[in-house]
Design a protein around this ligand. Structure first.
Ligand code: C2O
Ligand code: CU
Ligand code: CU
Length: 456
């Protein structure tokens, strides 16, 4: 996942070592089963579902404004579809079965073809039965390269995931419909991986500058991340550059589906090990080890903002405000909600595996939550009435967080709304089509937290 790897690809030995690089030049994206060593050595390999034979799937890279063309070939036992998360995409290519396309049956294919307008760190993942398919490994990085990349020694993509593996067999535990997970924090695992392996290590030089593209592909785990032996700045969130890089002090959250691009300098001396760490209540542990080898001669000072993407300027003062209540789950059980045209009680819903609702609907409603004319500015207020945090994601658009002082915060495509919290966002509804709006804790989405909006 290191950019400088491309230099190695010229040689045939490297191709033998990195078979998935070969897929990067092909236009097929093959959804297929594979075996991969996810757990530490000594444990058996894990049967996984992949794009191209490994988790994460094929590393897809295009220049900004470039076209992504991939024929999805479904060699899995279930129907599937690919969603290109965070791309301001043509609606027909958004990969949502039942809304923008039919799921691709086993043995069938679908041609994805779209332009990637914004530079940055994106990802792709299954959007069919995603709480199972993503948990089995169906995701990969989608990197849209800047025309003038920042000055760094290494550009590394780090995809974080949280697996629930059987401690004996290392198989993915297939209790995806488990009502306890669905109604609580979602499917939390027992093994965290980065780039598909437990505790990977990379060599870096002391004094080197790295770009770390962090992507949280977990079903439900919110990471609190910190740096050790590295100092740096967050330069982009959810793909979009920050106008002012934010120094990393202490820990910062990365909710499911969110991305953070960091520029970090290796401050640990050679011989040491630096790390990206996950901070938990009872202490922290390293997710990735950076083995610090020789001293680099070049040292850099300060960091510049990445060039902005071409996002609309807007004001939201006159923009209509739409409230979306996040309801249900354990400790705030639904009294009732709508499923289609029917009003069901909380008990009836629970029997159907529905534990959550958005504005009183325990599944994607027939009518859109918001019906916008193209180009209008709208505000959405998420009111989290539940006892759990939720990562609310909009398809096809980035939005801006409205900060407590009323100013416009960073562009994002997924916002974490803590329990009891209210968060407002503002967006320009400029991309025509029918777009999902849902919680990216994938079990929550499957058990009620799913809505949509229309731009026409
Ligand atoms: Cu990344 Cu609808 O999801
Ligand atoms: Cu998305
Ligand atoms: Cu949720």
């Amino acid at each position: 996942m290191i950019l400088s790897r491309r230099r190695f690809l010229q040689t045939s030995t490297a191709l033998a070592l990195l078979p998935r690089a070969a897929h990067a030049v092909s236009s097929d994206l093959i959804a297929q089963e594979a075996m991969q060593q996810i757990a530490p050595s000594g444990y058996p390999a894990t049967p996984v579902w992949t794009y191209g034979g490994s988790v994460p799937g094929v590393d897809i890279r295009v220049p900004q404004g470039g076209r992504v063309r991939r024929k999805l070939i479904n060699n899995l036992s279930q129907p599937t579809a690919v969603h290109w998360h965070g791309i301001r995409i043509d609606n027909a290519m958004d990969g949502v079965p039942g809304l923008t396309q039919d799921a691709v049956e086993t043995g069938q294919s679908f041609d994805y073809d779209f332009v990637a307008p914004d530079a940055g760190t994106y990802w792709y993942h299954s959007h069919n039965r995603s709480m199972e398919q993503v948990a089995r490994g169906l995701y990969g990085p989608l990197i849209v390269e800047d025309s003038s990349p920042p000055d760094v020694d290494k550009d590394m993509t780090l995809m974080l995931d949280d697996w629930r593996l059987d401690p004996e067999t290392a198989h993915v535990v297939d209790d995806f419909d488990n009502g306890h997970d669905l109604s609580h924090a979602g499917r939390l695992g027992n093994l965290v991986s980065v780039n598909g392996s437990f505790d990977p290590a990379y060599n870096v030089g002391s004094g080197e500058r790295l770009r770390l593209r962090l992507i949280n592909a977990s079903n439900a785990r919110i990471f609190d991340l910190a740096l050790d032996g590295l100092t740096g700045w967050i330069v982009a969130l959810d793909g979009m550059p920050l106008t002012t890089p934010l120094p990393v002090e202490g820990d910062f959250p990365l909710a499911p589906a969110q991305r953070a691009d960091l520029i970090v300098d290796v401050t640990a001396p050679s011989g040491d090990v630096a790390s990206l760490a996950s901070i938990e209540r009872d202490g922290g542990y390293g997710l990735v080890r950076f083995t610090v080898t020789e001293e680099s001669t070049q040292r850099r000072q300060g960091v510049e903002a990445l060039p902005a993407n071409n996002m609309p300027e807007f004001q939201y003062d006159e923009a209509p405000l739409h409230r979306m209540s996040l309801q249900g789950g354990a400790m705030r059980w639904l009294e009732g909600a709508k499923l289609g045209d029917q009003d069901l009680t909380g008990r009836e819903l629970a029997q159907l595996g529905r534990f959550w609702a958005l504005n009183g609907y325990a599944e994607r409603p027939k009518d859109p939550f918001l019906d916008a004319r193209q180009g209008q500015v709208h505000r959405i207020e998420f009111l989290n009435e539940t006892a759990f945090p939720h990562a609310m994601h909009l398809h096809g658009h980035h939005f801006r967080i409205i900060l407590p002082d009323g100013s416009l915060g960073p562009w994002r495509d997924t916002v974490l709304v803590d329990r009891g919290q209210t968060r407002q966002i503002a967006l320009v509804a400029d991309n025509p089509g029918d777009w999902l709006l849902h919680c990216h804790m994938l079990g929550h989405a499957a058990s009620g937290m799913m809505s949509w909006f229309r731009v026409s």
